[in-house]
Design a protein. Sequence first.
Length: 119
Amino acid sequence: MATKETTTSKRSALRFSGYDRPLTYKTDYENGEARLVNISSNGCAISGATTPFMADDKLLLAIALDDPENPVQIQAKVIRVEDNNFGLHFLNLAEEIKQRLTIFFAKENRLRKAQKNAD
């Protein structure tokens, strides 16, 4: 299992890495599933997408946070393609959603570190 890490990316955004969290997405033509690898308030990396993407493709991501029945929906654009790994940049992300993402993943990161230290 990947180690969870928190770093500041070269874009000055807090980035939470090492995740393997499921998410769903929609494109103009189809729906699919992928795994979240890392996330910041500016974008994320995903892998294992059920449909391939090309640079500049636009997606609507749905990421379940604390309420699986009410996932956060985020518009994103593909900015990097490497095999079945994709770098996404978030588009028009409201400040409220940025804060919600940061708070959720910071809390999850702290809980996992505490759990690891307890083991």
